[in-house]
Write a protein of this length. Sequence first.
Length: 182
Amino acid sequence: MSMTEKQKMLAGELYQPGDSQLQADQAAAKAWMVRYNAALGETAAVRRAMLGELFGSVGEDAVIRPPFHCDYGYNIHLGDGVFLNFNCVILDVVEVRIGAGTQIGPAVQIYAADHPRDAEGRRSGLEFGRPVIIGEHVWIGGGAIILPGVTIGDSAVIGAGSVVTRDVAAGATVVGNPARSR
């Protein structure tokens, strides 16, 4: 039995993003984002309940300040006490897991979506994903970009504006583009 495009996407295999099921999932996420981003005046509890409508899991006291943008939502998992400031983007074609107590500054972008490196592969329109795992009690400064397949260990610090292209060890501090240990 062959896999659906959604099953391929979730498995991190090459998939066709224009598939009707995936387009419907994205449309549902877009409709949710319209509601969520309009809920800026609502209480944190109301917004957290809304996160639970779309996300794979949402820990106690997790907060995302609108506006917020994602591809699907159902691949995002937030631990207890996670905080994302205004204007964050998560491209969640595969799992994006953010551990308890992690704080993420404004305009941070987390990319699990990836593309073939060769031009012919890109012309085919196929995509794939690589999971992003962020440990517990991590601090990510504003404007940082986390690339596909990166794992960030517990208690790490990512400097504002950094571009994280490789795994970050627990307790490490990285800054710059590409992000390097200080």
